[in-house]
Design a protein around this ligand. Structure first.
Ligand code: NOJ
Length: 489
């Protein structure tokens, strides 16, 4: 089944009254009373933006259609042994053909925003040169469908699907030619789409794709570069971001808002004393030196340069200025606490505590459970970089997500995760931390990179044989939070 779900179907999952699981505030027939009547006094700010997120390679499929060029992920996922379940995203969610129904799924959640990404190789099959005349047609259709349904599009320009041609010609992000090519692509998209797209994320999770793809060889393009070359590639990525910001401002409509989405090295005070909070601020700057700090401060921190020594990136003062081109917002992808920090008497004044092996995690082993991270990371980032607009550009979790005997997916672990994280986010906004919106990863199960289709992150379950979409319990949970603009009954 696909497409529309009735309010009753959602209510069935949300109410579960037959199992005695209905909340006390909810009548037996949850259709009888609009959830908005139960709005508690406290909640999220009234203009808070609720959304969901996906990315092109993870959902689109249609890899050979309408002149799309190859991306490094096509090559990588077709290389034997790289993807855990031996899959690739040639078809994925077939979203390229099913986007109308998928926009319907977004609408059913009641969210008003959707973060998606544009596939660079659809637009410039060779990375540079002549644009593909059909390259933006799909996104034109998608944007119209979103706007007709009252959903604000937030476009990401680079969610890892680099044109293979650029990898072959110049070594991808190893060359500043790729930074320039990215800016040309950004300017072209801005010129064509900013009549409808008002918010653009340049690059998604630079830290992840650089370390995994260029450092450890486990993501595309599968390189294991020495540290100096990895640092240089990172420099080309932040330079690409800065050049893209300038290109978007030059070619997009006035008022277009630009930023980036980064998986901040998320630091949490081990115990929240004022000394540890101060130490966590220092640690956050240093542990994010190569991306967030240089973009937001216009310089590499002394600690980073000292630590890197001869392996430090080569750069010019002009490049630093470009990298620090002002952003309108900062997107933080926040999943797990990465570092618990304590103050230290020794240089540099902070220390990272080791994780005990018993620290709990979700289905994905890397996804440690620490809801307080979504309170601390934006609070600390806002303080040290003086930010006024932060989006949680991703948050969510994997789960086993097998349909039960009655065919429904009772992803109670995801609901537990979201409930706890959103409680902490609500605490942050209530204290004035400038988080303006939240994009739940992900709208639906999709191709989870090296894990293939084994790790499911969606609010909607996807049967990849039939392409049927089915709302999980978490979809009902999220829909209720969005409708009440609050967490907690
Ligand atoms: C971050 C990435 O941006 C996204 O592509 C991925 O699926 C999620 N994390 C979950 O791992």
């Amino acid at each position: 089944m696909f497409g529309k779900f009735s309010r009753r179907q959602f209510a069935r999952l949300a109410g579960l009254s037959a199992l005695g699981m209905a909340t006390s505030a909810r009548s037996a027939d949850s259709d009888a009373r609009p959830v908005s009547d139960r709005r508690p006094a406290a909640g999220f700010p009234k203009d808070f933006i609720w959304g969901t997120a996906t990315s092109s390679y993870q959902i689109e499929g249609a890899v050979d259609e309408d002149g799309r060029g190859r991306s490094i992920w096509d090559t990588f996922s077709h290389t034997p042994g790289k993807i855990a379940d031996g899959s690739n995203a040639d078809r994925a969610n077939d979203h390229y053909h099913r986007y109308r129904q998928d926009v319907g799924l977004i609408k059913q959640l009641g969210v008003k925003a959707y973060r998606f990404s544009i596939a660079w190789p659809r637009v410039f099959p060779e990375g540079t040169g002549a644009p593909n005349p059909k390259g933006l047609d799909f996104y034109d259709r998608l944007l119209d469908e979103l706007l007709n349904n009252g959903i604000e599009p937030y476009a990401t320009l680079y969610h890892w699907d680099l044109p293979q041609a650029l990898q072959d010609r110049v070594g991808g992000w190893q060359s500043s030619d790729t930074s320039k090519a990215f800016a040309d692509y950004a300017g072209y998209v801005a010129q064509r789409l900013t009549d409808r797209v008002k918010n653009i994320f340049t690059i998604n999770e630079a830290g992840r794709f650089l370390n995994f793809g260029y450092g450890w060889g486990i993501d595309a393009p599968g390189l294991k570069l020495p540290v100096a070359e990895l640092n240089q590639a990172r420099h080309h990525v932040v330079l690409g971001h800065g050049l893209a910001v300038q290109a978007i401002r030059a070619h997009g409509r006035a008022g277009t808002k630009v930023g980036f989405a980064e998986n901040i090295a998320a630091c949490v005070p081990a115990i929240d004393t004022p000394e540890n909070v101060r130490a966590t601020e220092m640690a956050t700057r240093e542990l994010n030196a190569g991306i967030l700090s240089v973009i937001l401060e216009g310089q590499y921190t002394e600690g980073f340069l000292e630590y890197s020594g001869a392996a430090a990136p080569k750069f010019t003062a002009d490049e630093l200025k470009i990298i620090a081109s002002p952003n309108d917002f900062v997107g933080l992808n926040i999943y797990a606490p990465q570092f618990y920090i304590a103050a230290s008497d020794k240089k540099p004044g902070w220390t990272v505590l080791p994780f005990p092996v018993s620290f709990p995690h979700m289905k994905s082993e890397w996804l440690r459970i620490g809801p307080e991270v979504i309170y601390w990371a934006p609070r600390i980032a806002a303080n040290i970089w003086n930010l006024d607009t932060i989006y949680i550009s991703e948050n969510g979790t994997s789960s086993e997500d097998k349909p039960a005997a009655d065919g429904q997916v009772y992803d109670l672990d995801r609901v537990m995760f979201l409930r706890n994280y959103l409680t902490q986010l609500q605490r942050a906004t209530a204290e004035g931390v400038p988080v303006r919106g939240y994009f739940l990863w992900s709208l639906m199960d999709n191709f989870e990179w090296i894990f293939g289709f084994e790790q499911r992150f969606g609010l909607y379950h996807v049967d990849f044989d039939t392409q049927a979409r089915l709302p999980k319990l978490s979809a009902s949970f999220y829909r209720d939070v969005v409708a009440r603009n609050a967490i907690g009954a």
